[in-house]
Design a protein around this ligand. Structure first.
Ligand SMILES: Cc1cc2nc3c(=O)[nH]c(=O)nc-3n(C[C@H](O)[C@H](O)[C@H](O)COP(=O)(O)OP(=O)(O)OC[C@H]3O[C@@H](n4cnc5c(N)ncnc54)[C@H](O)[C@@H]3O)c2cc1C
Length: 316
């Protein structure tokens, strides 16, 4: 499809140098994989973000919100339409006390999740330590309901500010938000009116007072555990498949199927953790997809368990 010359002029007028055409997405994903996006735009404030989203709605241009690209497989032909990168415009954390010893911490979507975790620890606020070591942005973590066995984003979220493609901003309280395992959605009545996924702007979290030193100790323990079991220093999107049920680990099933170390092109099943596929250098999305199919088939053959992807596929 590409971006028409009229729309290119519109984007340049709105964002000046903050727009890149035919931008390779491998530069923006932790997997270091992905073909070009027709355009990648980095809004500098929430006003220009709203104008962009509204303009895409009226002009019929598809858009994709990119957090830090740590849970994505962008396909080899890339993404049609506009990729919107929020890291510049939504990056503030604020805190307010509420009666009864709790605190409300508000973090904008572009904030680094690890920055938010460290902020909470420093302030002696408990509730977010489960997220220690999960890379990515606050917006991406909410969209994925990121978490571990110790908790997930939906457990501590009180409300959410969102922007709809119509340009309407809304604060959605917890009873209109639905969280399940690595999944988030909003009340269907709200969705039906707006007919599209909203942009997450800011999350408001309810945290409880605690001891900063104890939180720090716990966080260090969690980081140590992560480093010992996951290939955090290699190019990957984290766990590729969801655990099929509580207590049944996809990584263990893949390991038992004898697949650790198996490789297609430069895409390899990590020898450290069976549920990680790592890019050894120049892996293509097609290699990863073939490898994922191989894993699904082998695990089904051996365990009669159907694995479902945890990562998000983008593009074509
Ligand atoms: C080494 C490693 C370890 C990991 N460990 C964990 C773990 O323990 N637990 C876990 O749950 N995940 C884990 N992950 C996966 C990943 O880090 C999380 O899913 C993370 O929350 C994704 O955030 P992101 O900003 O990178 O989102 P992206 O990958 O950029 O986007 C993910 C999805 O969220 C959407 N999105 C992003 N921002 C917004 C927004 N503002 N509004 C609307 N939609 C938005 C995107 O459109 C996309 O659909 C790991 C990944 C790596 C590389």
């Amino acid at each position: 499809m590409g971006i028409s010359s009229e729309n290119r002029i519109w984007l340049r007028r709105l964002f000046g140098e903050g727009v890149w055409f035919d931008e390779p997405m491998h530069r923006h994903t932790s997997f270091h994989i992905g073909g070009p996006a027709d355009a990648l735009v980095m809004p500098h404030d929430s006003t220009s973000l709203r104008e962009l989203v509204e303009g895409c709605g009226t002009k019929g241009i598809p858009y994709f919100i990119l957090g830090k690209g740590t849970n994505l497989l962008v396909k080899d032909k890339g993404i049609r339409g506009i990729v919107i990168l929020l890291k510049k415009c939504l990056n503030k954390i604020t805190v307010s006390e509420i009666p009864g010893g709790a605190c409300r911490v508000s973090a904008m979507a572009g904030v680094n999740l690890q920055r938010l975790c460290r902020f909470a620890i420093k302030k002696g606020l408990a509730g977010l330590n489960f997220a220690m070591g999960i890379p990515g942005s606050v917006g991406g973590a909410i969209a994925m309901n990121a978490g571990t066995a110790d908790g997930a984003m939906g457990d501590v979220l009180e409300s959410l500010d969102v922007l709809f493609p119509s340009g309407k901003n809304e604060r959605l309280l917890r009873d209109r938000l639905f969280f399940s395992y690595r999944h988030f959605s909003i009340q269907s009545e709200v969705k039906a009116v707006e007919k599209a996924k909203p942009v997450i702007l800011e999350g408001h979290f309810l945290l409880t007072s605690s001891d900063s030193e104890l939180l720090k100790e716990d966080a260090e323990k969690k980081m140590k555990q992560r480093k010992a079991t996951q290939p955090m220093d290699q190019h990957s999107p984290g766990c590729v498949f969801k655990n099929p049920e509580p207590g049944l680990s996809a990584g263990k099933l893949i390991d038992e199927a004898g697949l650790k170390g198996f490789r297609i092109g430069d895409a390899e099943i990590s020898t450290r953790h069976g549920n990680y596929i790592i890019n050894r250098g120049s892996a293509k999305a097609a290699d990863v997809l073939e490898l994922m199919q191989k894993i699904e088939d082998k695990v089904y053959e051996q365990h009669r368990v159907k694995l479902e992807p945890e990562i998000i596929f983008a593009g074509e």
